[in-house]
Design a protein around this ligand. Sequence first.
Ligand SMILES: *Cc1c(COP(=O)(O)O)cnc(C)c1O
Length: 355
Amino acid sequence: MSRFWSSLTHDLRPYVPGEQPRMAELVKLNTNESPFGPSPRVLEAIRGEAADTLRLYPDPQATALRAALATYHQVLPEQVFVGNGSDEVLAHAFAALLKHEAPLLFPDITYSFYPVYCRLFGIAWEAVPLDEAMQIRIADYRRRAGPIIIANPNAPTGIALSRAEIVTLLEAHPDAPVVIDEAYVDFGAETAIPLVASHSNLLVVQTMSKSRALAGLRVGYAIGDADLIEAITRVKDSFNSYPLGRPVQAGAIASLQDEAYFQQGRARVIAGRERLNRGLIRIGFDVLPSFANFVFARHPAHAGAAITAALRQRAVIVRHFQAPRISDYLRITVGTDEQIGRLLSALSDILGSRS
Ligand SMILES: *Cc1c(COP(=O)(O)O)cnc(C)c1O
């Protein structure tokens, strides 16, 4: 703290991302990265941009990438916004769309970045509790019509809403923007993108970080009515005109062009998730039904913090949130078969040594 800080800075409570430790032989299952590398075509495209042209600014509108995303998702380029990771896209959406007279609504248990953006942008919010099964109940959002943001599948539970439930939500709030954060949608949930055509209040946010194994590239995007996209673009152009560099734009386009690699990667993660589920249940965990590349699980007899610490001693890192309602849960990223095996044997070891 310093007398030079602005009052805004004093009041911030920054998001704390999962750690990126540098330990050898680590089983790193704490930040929902892909255990498989990106498509070789992505690497080739990035290498192609490691050239003299790097002295020139990139296309500020990312025209080719937006066109590729529009084709991929069957929308118009003016319905697509791209940013430096979906975190940046979300930040711009908060500033551009989610500040209203009525408070912003989101679940009490969700992506912990949402309240961070609210503080940064001075947005009032209300947390809507998940039900006892840790599910979002759409009916609970029938209150004063402020904007809404929901992660679908939700984080860190992994539980998904159906597209029909999203329709109900959109139709109950026709006069407020509704943002659906689909960071994990490619692992089995239904995307809301087809609803964009009929719902001018819907903004869908996706990322290449998880299902496309490109967390290090930083590419996120939003799809919505052209008026919503224009709003976010105005904020972006008031902040940073060139959020995506040349190698990033090229790599992202190449990822969209390698559909076979993408499909294979997500199928492997889904298969790994089912293996991880079964293994955890076998050793006594309660596991929430996940549609993501992670599972959220707790053991009835062991505290979440204690298991997390014991795993750490065995060089297995998972995510634990010291927060109300979820402090007994572990969020475990789906790894390779080998990593899942090492996690499960470390857990058996830990649970066995206590009894
Ligand atoms: C990972 C994640 C993001 C951010 O992803 P980026 O890497 O910034 O694209 C956004 N929302 C949720 C719910 C996430 O889990």
